[in-house]
Write a protein that binds this ligand. Structure first.
Ligand SMILES: [Zn+2]
Length: 655
C-alpha cells in the first residue's frame, strides 16, 4: 500500500507547487458550479453519458479484454490495441464526477472496473490487455504502434483523479506499480525509445506532482528527450513526422503529423516546463502555438485538417468541408492551452480554450449525451458525405440520421466525458495576490490567498448567452487583494462597475482586467463584455473560405443548417448580406435553448450554370436571386434534428 500520498483535492493539473507556474490550481472543493449552462451539460454527462459509456465498454469488449488478460475467461481480444485507454478515460471522468457528487451506481461500476484492472495486472506491475492476450505476450515489442505507454498514461491520469477527487488510492496503487516497473525498463542507462502516441509524458508529470516521486519526472524528461531521433518507422507511409519524431522537441518550429499526438506531446512538454523552468521548452511550445493559431486553426478551435493521417495540413490549409477536426485533438488543444496559460499568464491561451470548448468540443456529443462525433466538419453538403473517421469512410448508401452511438475507435467520447466532469478545474486559479477568473459560469469560488487569508466570491452569469458577469464578494480580508477577470478576444468594449459605479480607468495585464483593492463583503462587481453578434472573415490565404463570412456571438460560432432555412436543400447557393443587421433571438424550446441569429441574404438561381461547371468570363451569367432570411444556430448544436446540409462559412453577397 502507498504511504506518503497527499490527500490533495486538486483537479487534473496541480500547479500548487510547480515552481514555474504563474498561477496555482484551485482545490476542487473551492469551486462549485451553480445553476446554468454548464450544470446542464454536467447533468447530462453524469446521468446519461457516464452510464451509457459503461454499457458501451461492456458491449465493445473492453472489460472482457481485461478478463481474458487475467485468465478468468477465455476468448479473443477485441478492438484496437489501445482499447484499455477507453476504460481509463471513462474511469477518470467518473472519478471527477463522483467528486462533484457521490453516486452509488457509478461507484459500483468503477469498483468492478478497478478490480478487473487489479486482477489483470502482472506481478511485476505491467498491465496491457492487448499484449497480455497475445500468443507471445512480450511487452514493448512495437513502441511505435503498440500504445502501451499511451494506455499507461491514461491509467495514471485516472488514478490521479481517484486520489484527488475521492481520496481513493486503489487505482493509484496499480498505477504506481506500473510506473515503477516502467522506470525499471526505460531510461538513459536502460532501454531507449518512446511511445508512438504521446500521453504518458503529461501523466508522469502529474503522477510526480501527486506522489512527489522524482523518478516519474525524470522519466517524463527522458521520453520527451527521446523524440526527434527518427527512430519511429512511421504508420503506413507517413514517416516519423506522424509521431513528431522528425525533429527534437526543443527545435520544433511548426505543428506537424497526427494532431492528437502533437498536442498531447505539447501538453507534456509544457507540464515539464512548469516543473523545470527550462526556457528552451517553453520557447518551443510558444513557437508551436504561434504556428497553429496563425496558420492551422479552424474558427471552431479545431485542428487537423487532413483525414489522411488525422494530421495537421500545410499552413492555411483549412477547408471547411474536408475538415477533420478530431474531437480528441480539440480536447488535447484545450488541455495544452490550459498549461500554456498557467505558464505565461496570458489570456490568449484561455481564449483558445474557450474557442475550442464552445465550438469543436461541444459539437461532439449530441444534446442527449448518447452519441458522439469523432470528426467535426465545418460544412456538410449532404448526410451521405459525412465520414465518421479516417478509418471509417461511409459507404454510398449510409445516410447518417444522428451522431454514432460509439466508435470502433472510441477515444473521443470518454475524452469529452472527462473534460465535462472536471470543468470546474478550469474556471479559476489563484496566487498570493488574488484570484484569476478565466472562464465564466455561475459558481462559488473561494480560496486561501495565504494562511488565514480566506476570500470567497459568488459569480452569476448567463454566459455564453449573455455577456454580463456579476460577482459578489462573500468573504474577504482587510488587506487589498486582486481580482483578475479575463477579457475575451471577441469583447470590443467591456464595461465595468463596482457597487453600481462605472469604473473608467481600467488596468489590464496580459489580457486580464486587474482590480486590486481592499474588497468588502457584499461588494458587487459587474462586468459587461458586450455580446453583439458579428461577422468574421478569414485570412485571404485560407483560399477555401475566401469571400465567405462566418457569424460569431460571444464565444459561440454559428452555422446555417438546411432544416432552418426558408428554401430547403439550397445551402450551396446561399449568400449573406453583411450590410444588413444581425438579429439575435432566444429560442427556449429549440435545441435545449439556444440564442438564434437571424441574417439577411439570398439564394442564387443556378439556371445560368445548368450544364456547366466552368464558363468563360466573357459570357456574363444572368443571376437571378431569391431574397431570404437566414437562420443561424450555434455550431455545437448542429445535427441534432437531422444530419443534412450545414455550413459555417457563408459566401458574401456582392453588391
Ligand atoms: Zn478521438
Amino acid at each position: 500500500m502507498l504511504t506518503n500520498v497527499e490527500n490533495s483535492g486538486f483537479g487534473p493539473v496541480d500547479t500548487s507547487k510547480s515552481p514555474f507556474a504563474r498561477w496555482k490550481s484551485m482545490e476542487l472543493k473551492n469551486v462549485s458550479l451553480n445553476e446554468g449552462f454548464w450544470t446542464k451539460k454536467q447533468t447530462v454527462n453524469r446521468k446519461i453519458s457516464l452510464y451509457f459509456g459503461f454499457e458501451m465498454l461492456i458491449k465493445a469488449g473492453n472489460f472482457d479484454n481485461l478478463r481474458i488478460a487475467a485468465g478468468s475467461i477465455k476468448g479473443n481480444y477485441r478492438g484496437y490495441v489501445f482499447q484499455d485507454s477507453d476504460i481509463y478515460k471513462w474511469l477518470e471522468a467518473v472519478a471527477w464526477e463522483m467528486g462533484n457528487e457521490p453516486d452509488k451506481e457509478l461507484s459500483s461500476m468503477t469498483d468492478q472496473a478497478i478490480s478487473l484492472i487489479a486482477t489483470a495486472q502482472r506481478p511485476n506491475g505491467y498491465i496491457n490487455s492487448y499484449i497480455q492476450t497475445r500468443e507471445s505476450p512480450e511487452p514493448w515489442i512495437d513502441l511505435d504502434n503498440g500504445h502501451e505507454l499511451y494506455c499507461a498514461g491514461h491509467l495514471f491520469q485516472a488514478a490521479v483523479a481517484f486520489q484527488r477527487a475521492l481520496g481513493d488510492h486503489r487505482l493509484l496503487n496499480i498505477a504506481c506499480r506500473f510506473a515503477d516497473y516502467i522506470c525499471s525498463v526505460f531510461g538513459p542507462d536502460k532501454r531507449h525509445g518512446a511511445c508512438g502516441h504521446p500521453e504518458v509524458e503529461m501523466a508522469l508529470v502529474e503522477l510526480y506532482r501527486l506522489m512527489n516521486e522524482p523518478r516519474y519526472l525524470d522519466l517524463a524528461i527522458f521520453f520527451i528527450d527521446q523524440r526527434g531521433q527518427h527512430m519511429m518507422k512511421g504508420h503506413r507511409s507517413y514517416g516519423p513526422e506522424y509521431y513528431q519524431d522528425h525533429v527534437p522537441v526543443r527545435q520544433v518550429k511548426e505543428a506537424a503529423g497526427h494532431s492528437v499526438r502533437q498536442l498531447y506531446l505539447a501538453s507534456g512538454v509544457t507540464d515539464l516546463y512548469l516543473e523545470t523552468g527550462e526556457q528552451a521548452l517553453l520557447e518551443a511550445m510558444l513557437r508551436l502555438s504561434k504556428d497553429i493559431t496563425e496558420t492551422k486553426l479552424y474558427i471552431t478551435g479545431g485542428v487537423g485538417s487532413r483525414f489522411d493521417g488525422e494530421a495537421f495540413g500545410d499552413p492555411y490549409e483549412l477547408p471547411a468541408d474536408q475538415s477533420y477536426c478530431e474531437t480528441c485533438a480539440a480536447v488535447a488543444g484545450f488541455m495544452w492551452n490550459w498549461r500554456l496559460l498557467l505558464a505565461t499568464g496570458e489570456s490568449r491561451y484561455a481564449d483558445q480554450m474557450e474557442r475550442v470548448l464552445y465550438n469543436n468540443i461541444l459539437a461532439s456529443p449530441d444534446l442527449d449525451g448518447r452519441h458522439y462525433f469523432y470528426i467535426n466538419p465545418l460544412m456538410l453538403r449532404q448526410a451521405k458525405d459525412l465520414r465518421l473517421s479516417a478509418e471509417d469512410p461511409s459507404g454510398e448508401s449510409s445516410i447518417l440520421k444522428q451522431r454514432p452511438e460509439w466508435h470502433d475507435c472510441a477515444c473521443c467520447p470518454p475524452n469529452v466525458m472527462r473534460l465535462f466532469s472536471s470543468f470546474t478545474h478550469y474556471l479559476s486559479t489563484h496566487d498570493a495576490e488574488g484570484i484569476q477568473i478565466h472562464h465564466y459560469a455561475s459558481a462559488d469560488i473561494s480560496c486561501d490567498l495565504s494562511s488565514e487569508q480566506h476570500v470567497k466570491l459568488n459569480m452569476i452569469t448567463e454566459y455564453p448567452w449573455q455577456g454580463l458577469i456579476r460577482l459578489k464578494v462573500m468573504e474577504s480580508v482587510d488587506s487589498p487583494w486582486a481580482l483578475s477577470l479575463r477579457i475575451p478576444e471577441w469583447s470590443q468594449k467591456p464595461t465595468l462597475s463596482i457597487n453600481g459605479k462605472i469604473v473608467k480607468d481600467l488596468s489590464f495585464e496580459k489580457g486580464y482586467l486587474v482590480l486590486e483593492r481592499a474588497w468588502l463583503v457584499e461588494d458587487i462587481i459587474e462586468l459587461e463584455l458586450g455580446m453583439e453578434p458579428m461577422f468574421v472573415i478569414s485570412n485571404p490565404r485560407i483560399d477555401a473560405t475566401r469571400g465567405c463570412l462566418a457569424i460569431q456571438r460571444g464565444p459561440i460560432v454559428y452555422c446555417l443548417e438546411d432544416i432552418d432555412q426558408e428554401i430547403k436543400g439550397r445551402l450551396l447557393d446561399v449568400e449573406i448580406d453583411k450590410n444588413e443587421p444581425l438579429i439575435t433571438k432566444w429560442e427556449g424550446d429549440l435545441l435545449n435553448g439556444v440564442m438564434v441569429v437571424e441574417a439577411k441574404g439570398q439564394f442564387i438561381d443556378i439556371e445560368g450554370w445548368r450544364g456547366h461547371l466552368y464558363q468563360q468570363t466573357k459570357f456574363p451569367i444572368q443571376k437571378t436571386t431569391h431574397p431570404a432570411r437566414l437562420i443561424a444556430i450555434p455550431y455545437y448544436a448542429w445535427g441534432n434534428r437531422e444530419i443534412g446540409g450545414m455550413r459555417v462559412w457563408i459566401p458574401e453577397k456582392m453588391s
